[in-house]
Design a protein around this ligand. Structure first.
Ligand SMILES: [Zn+2]
Length: 60
């Protein structure tokens, strides 16, 4: 579990993020950093929308 500090500094989650913003953030986060998993509530929302959860491994 390595944190991509640069990515985090460039992509701060707004405190009042909407579900769309959170989904977008987590999709980008999963592709760029592995410091934490996508929360189950976000995973469910992605599945509801027919989106697959990216993993750093799948992108290499
Ligand atoms: Zn991270």
């Amino acid at each position: 579990m390595k944190i991509n500090k640069q990515w985090h500094e460039a992509h701060r989650m707004p405190r009042t993020a909407t579900m769309n913003e959170r989904l977008d953030w987590h999709l980008k986060h999963a592709a760029n950093c592995a410091c934490r998993d996508i929360p189950p509530s976000i995973k469910r929302e992605l599945e509801n929308r027919g989106l697959t959860v990216p993993t750093p491994r799948s992108l290499k």
